[in-house]
Design a protein around this ligand. Structure first.
Ligand SMILES: Nc1ncnc2c1ncn2[C@@H]1O[C@H](COP(=O)(O)OP(=O)(O)OP(=O)(O)O)[C@@H](O)[C@H]1O
Ligand SMILES: [Mg+2]
Length: 359
C-alpha cells in the first residue's frame, strides 16, 4: 500500500489556476475524503494523483519517490469513476479481470484474483452475468471489483455512488467501509454527500476556490471549523450565521441581545456568530437569549426543523429530536449552547473557540 504526498502542488489550464499550493500528506492505509463545491478542483486533484492529468507545479510523491511525471501504470493507482462504464459484451468475471488480461497475466492468477474480489464484493453468484442483467449497485460493485483485482497501491474514487438511489447508496457506503477495513488500502474519495464524508473519512479535506480550507477528522471539522466556509459546508442542516459585534467576552446581536461567552480572549474582532441548529435549546422565558416567532416547521419524523424569526437578528433554524409539538406562529424562547457557539471575524476566520481554550 502507499503513502501519498503533495507538496505545493498546483494545476493551471493556460492562465486559469484551478488548484494552488496544495499540501497534503496521506498516510499508508488512510481514508481521505475530498469535499467542496462544484468546480473547486476535486476531480482534477484525483486525476493528477492517478497520472491522468499533468501536474503544473509542486512535487508529488508516492512512498517517498517523486512521481510527477510517472505514467499511470507506473503509479499503480486504481481509479473508480462516477460513470463506471463496463464492457457490455463481457460477463462480470471478464470485466473484472480484463486489466490482467491486457497485461497478459497467467489465466490461473487471473481466475483466482477475480474469484477473491467477487467474494469480497458479494458477487460470486453473478460472475457469469452480462452487465445489462445487473442492478446499478451490482454494476458499481463490478467497477470496484475491477479496481480491486489490479491490487493497486491506492484507490481513488470520484463520486462513485452518485448514480445510485438512496437505499443503494447506504448499502454501498457500508460496503466501501468494510472494503477499506479488509484491504487496509490507501483511499482518496470524492463526494458531495455529507454522510458519506463524515462516516467514511479518517480525515476530510475541504477545498474551495482552488485552496485547501481545512484538513481534519470529521469531528474536528464539525466542532472546530477553521473558518465560516468550512463551518457552513460541513454539517446538515447548515450552521446559522448572524451578524454580531464583540467586546471583551460578550457578543451583541442586532436586536441588542447580549451573549456572554466563556472565552478568555477578547471578541473585538467578532463580525458574526455561528450556531448549529442542534445547538439551540428551547427554554423558559427567563432563561432565554432570544425570543422569536415560529415561521415554519418541518417534521422529518426523526427530527423537527423549526425556522424561527427573530426581529432584526433574522431567521434561525432550530433542530429538535423527534416529533416536537411546535406550531407556526407560536412564540418561542431560545438559548444558545455557549460551548457550541462559533465566532467569525470579518475575513471569515474563526476566533479561538471557548471550549478549545478551556481544554
Ligand atoms: N480542460 C480544462 N480547461 C480549462 N478548465 C478546466 C478544464 N478541466 C477542468 N477545468 C476547470 O477546473 C475546475 C475544476 O474542475 P473539477 O472537475 O476538478 O471540479 P470538481 O471539484 O470535480 O467539480 P464537480 O463537483 O462538479 O465534479 C473547474 O472550474 C473546471 O471548469
Ligand atoms: Mg468532479
Amino acid at each position: 500500500m502507499a503513502r501519498i504526498e503533495l507538496k505545493g502542488v498546483a494545476k493551471r489550464y493556460g492562465s486559469v489556476e484551478v488548484l494552488r499550493d496544495i499540501d497534503l500528506e496521506i498516510g499508508d492505509g488512510e481514508f481521505i475524503v475530498l469535499v467542496g463545491p462544484s468546480g473547486c478542483g476535486k476531480s482534477t486533484l484525483l486525476r493528477m494523483i492517478a497520472g491522468l492529468e499533468p501536474i503544473s507545479g509542486g512535487d508529488f510523491f508516492i512512498d517517498g519517490t517523486r512521481m510527477n511525471d510517472a505514467r499511470p501504470r507506473e503509479r499503480d493507482i486504481a481509479m473508480v469513476f462516477q460513470s463506471y462504464a463496463l464492457y457490455p459484451h463481457m460477463d462480470v468475471a471478464r470485466n473484472m479481470g480484463f486489466s490482467m488480461e491486457i497485461r497478459r497475466r497467467p489465466p490461473a492468477e487471473r481466475t483466482s484474483r477475480v474469484k477473491q474480489a467477487a467474494e469480497t464484493l458479494g458477487l460470486s453468484a453473478l460472475t457469469e452475468r452480462l452487465p445489462r442483467a445487473l442492478s446499478g449497485g451490482q454494476r458499481q460493485r463490478v467497477a470496484m471489483g475491477r479496481a480491486i483485482v489490479r491490487d493497486p497501491r491506492a484507490f481513488l474514487f470520484d463520486e462513485p455512488l452518485s448514480n445510485l438511489d438512496a437505499a443503494l447508496r447506504v448499502e454501498m457506503r457500508l460496503e466501501i467501509a468494510r472494503l477499506h477495513k479488509r484491504l487496509g488500502a490507501t483511499m482518496v474519495y470524492v463526494t458531495h454527500d455529507q454522510v458519506e464524508a463524515l462516516t467514511l473519512a479518517d480525515r476530510i479535506v475541504v477545498l474551495d476556490g482552488g485552496d485547501i480550507q481545512q484538513i481534519g477528522t470529521p469531528l474536528t471539522l464539525y466542532e472546530r471549523p477553521a473558518n465560516k466556509f468550512v463551518a457552513c459546508f460541513i454539517g446538515s442542516p447548515t450552521m446559522n450565521v448572524v451578524p454580531a459585534t464583540g467586546r471583551d467576552r460578550t457578543l451583541s446581536l442586532k436586536n441588542g441581545a447580549q451573549i456572554a461567552l466563556p472565552q478568555s480572549a477578547g471578541l473585538e474582532r467578532a463580525a458574526e456568530l455561528g450556531i448549529r441548529p442542534e445547538h439551540i435549546d428551547l427554554v423558559a422565558p427567563e432563561d432565554a437569549d432570544l425570543t422569536g416567532t415560529v415561521d415554519l416547521v418541518e417534521h422529518l419524523g426523526s427530527d423537527t426543523n423549526v425556522y424561527v424569526s427573530i426581529g432584526d437578528v433574522g431567521m434561525l433554524m432550530v433542530r429538535r429530536r423527534g416529533n416536537a409539538p411546535i406550531r407556526s406562529g407560536e412564540r418561542i424562547f431560545l438559548r444558545l449552547q455557549r460551548e457550541n457557539t462559533h465566532v467569525f471575524a470579518s475575513d471569515g476566520s474563526a476566533l479561538a473557540h471557548a471550549s478549545a481554550e478551556a481544554a
